[in-house]
Design a protein. Structure first.
Length: 244
């Protein structure tokens, strides 16, 4: 993917498969800004958190109601949607394998650089058996396609973290103040090793990667659970739960 360091406008075309697009917009945003895309939405992979929808099938879109009036129509038309979006490609991520590091499976460094702070990561985490484990990943977020379900977080910017209480402020400070964040994870080799963490919604997110030391470079616009956070926000960046 080419480097995109500014806001761009583009068209995406999708086939409308159901009346409910399973998408949420930031409340009162004009034009409507994507807040959440459902995993089972036909728009998943075409629209991302943070996208602003400015046009649809040659009509100008000013509000979420304008968008829903067309896509939720109780008819077979329109069969296809041509959506014009304004996309802020605000982050880059490199994933590197850490050689010679002992762990339960692979050990990876996820290096995230952002042009601005205040953007959520897009993961849910659980304190489980003295470890911080990724339990869910938000579709269309920074984490989507980069973090995996069952990843165990061990370090934030080189500092050891053992529970969410220590990890959360370190992540907030890194992204809000430094605009850069490196998270080290242990990635289990088999799903069976993390089966006790399957969420009620069943949101598995596993995918293969290259075998080189630098596994993947990615640039994108995706944010996280809530795309409306401001610079130096103190809002929660990821949902938190604890297993008994």
């Amino acid at each position: 993917m080419s480097v995109r360091s500014s806001v761009t406008e583009m068209y995406v075309e999708v086939r409308r498969k159901q009346y409910d697009p399973k998408i949420e917009f930031v409340e009162r945003s004009r034009p409507p800004k994507v807040k959440k895309v459902g995993y089972n939405s036909y728009l998943n992979g075409s629209l991302y958190v943070g996208d602003e929808v400015i046009g649809l099938n040659d009509e100008e879109i000013r509000t979420a109601d304008d968008f829903n009036r067309i896509v939720c129509a109780r008819s077979n038309e329109p069969a296809r949607l041509r959506i014009r979006v304004r996309r802020d490609c605000y982050y880059k991520i490199n994933i590197k394998r850490v050689e010679g590091e002992q762990g339960r499976g692979e050990v990876l460094d996820l290096e995230i650089n952002l042009r601005r702070g205040g953007m959520p990561l897009g993961v849910s985490m659980e304190d489980s058996r003295g470890r911080i484990t990724i339990s869910e990943i938000q579709a269309g977020s920074i984490a989507d396609g980069n973090f995996h379900y069952g990843d165990v977080m061990t370090h934030v910017n080189g500092k050891r973290v053992t529970d969410i209480k220590s990890a959360r402020p370190a992540i907030l400070e890194a992204i809000n103040n430094n605009k850069s964040l490196t998270i080290r994870v242990e990635r289990p080799e088999q799903l069976g090793e993390v089966s006790h963490l399957l969420s009620p919604e069943g949101h598995w997110h596993r995918q293969s990667h290259d075998s080189t030391t630098i596994i993947r470079r990615r640039e994108g616009n995706s944010s996280g659970y809530d795309s409306g956070l401001e610079e130096n926000s103190t809002e929660t960046w990821f949902t938190i739960s604890r297993l008994a």
